[in-house]
Design a protein around this ligand. Structure first.
Ligand code: COD
Length: 304
């Protein structure tokens, strides 16, 4: 299943409503317009300075039919207002507009006014490999240096999400720089612990977890065979877990910008999926991310 099939399948699913936090961004408005026109969405609510948003739309000759604008004068206010619309059940999905990731995440995590559903929220990137297969990469944008307990929760989120988008019994590669346990490299020890947790059924849904694996042998069966590694996950991983944000973010952006692969990013673990795109993402990536979040809602992949 690639993004095209996923988008085609959505034609037979209920249309959703998205709320964009601080939607002062032509790329995001354009992706929402496309999602309305392609029939995944029936409504787009946008928070932010309404006159400036209307001016961007006019400049880009982008119709705002199907959009409703909610006034906010700062990114923080736009984020809180968008989160409160989700809390009130007025919209199904939240989407990041032109504000920094930490501003929207703080509104989402707010103790009284936020929309947490799971103990730990995490970022999941979905990537279409050159062979057309969708795989997940986590966590490239939220948890900076997770400890082992947090890594287990991040992995559990990704496993739940995989099931929700139609990847049952996902194979998971917990990545490190080497594929053997080195007591001086904590990430190799943690990877081995996560693999045992997988074998003991300690995640909320079944998954086959192996690690540590280096990226080459997680991605390529030939590389694994060449190194004499026996692993049922090697070359067939559905989930690549990178144990630290900077490394995960570099891999995500390398695959997208250097590798030219289609990607889509979201935050899992709130009461709804949160579409997280960056300004530099292609229009297609933004549309993919909206489509994927709609798909996750259908499969209850919203962290509830
Ligand atoms: N899940 C659930 N609760 C969380 C999480 C999480 N992942 N992270 C923090 N919390 C809770 C804490 O337990 C605490 O109760 C509260 O939120 C505040 O936590 P702090 O003090 O760590 O909060 P902040 O506001 O300093 O940081 C939270 C962020 C998520 C904003 C921070 O971790 C962050 O900036 N992450 C990186 C985001 C980013 O810049 N990504 C860009 C890469 S593209």
């Amino acid at each position: 299943m690639g993004f095209s099939k996923l988008k085609n399948d959505l034609m037979n699913s209920p249309k959703r409503s998205v709320t964009v936090a601080w939607g002062l961004d032509e790329g995001v408005l354009f992706a929402c317009r496309q999602a309305l026109d392609e029939g995944f969405l029936h409504e787009v609510i946008v928070t932010g300075p309404t006159e400036r948003i209307e001016a961007i739309a006019a400049e880009q000759k982008l119709s705002l039919e199907g959009f409703s604008l909610e006034a906010a004068s700062t990114p923080e206010e736009g984020a809180s207002l968008a989160v409160s619309l989700i809390r009130q059940g007025k919209s199904d999905l939240l989407m990041k507009g032109n504000l920094s990731t930490s501003v929207i995440l703080r509104a989402v995590l707010h103790k009284e006014q936020g929309i947490r559903a799971q103990a730990l929220l995490s970022h999941i990137a979905t990537i279409e490999l050159p062979n057309g297969r969708l795989v997940l990469l986590t966590d490239a944008a939220m948890n900076v240096k997770p400890d082992l307990a947090q890594k287990a929760q991040i992995l559990d989120n990704a496993i739940q999400f995989a099931w929700s988008i139609g990847i049952p019994n996902p194979k998971v590669a917990v990545l490190a720089s080497v594929e053997t346990v080195n007591p001086q490299m904590q990430d190799t020890i943690d990877a081995a612990c996560l693999a045992v947790m997988g074998r003991r059924g300690q995640f909320s849904k079944p998954a086959m977890v192996d690690g540590p694996l280096a990226f080459d042998n997680a991605y390529s069966k030939e590389a694994a065979i060449h190194k004499g590694i026996q692993s049922d996950v090697a070359g067939e991983a559905d989930i690549f877990m990178v144990q630290e944000l900077t490394a995960a973010n570099l891999l995500y952006k390398s695959l997208s910008f250097v590798g030219g692969l289609s990607v889509a990013g979201l935050i899992f673990g709130a009461t709804c999926p949160i579409v997280l795109t960056s300004r530099a993402d292609s229009p297609d990536s933004k549309l993919n991310a909206i489509a994927l979040s709609c798909k996750a809602l259908g499969g209850a992949g919203n962290g509830r």
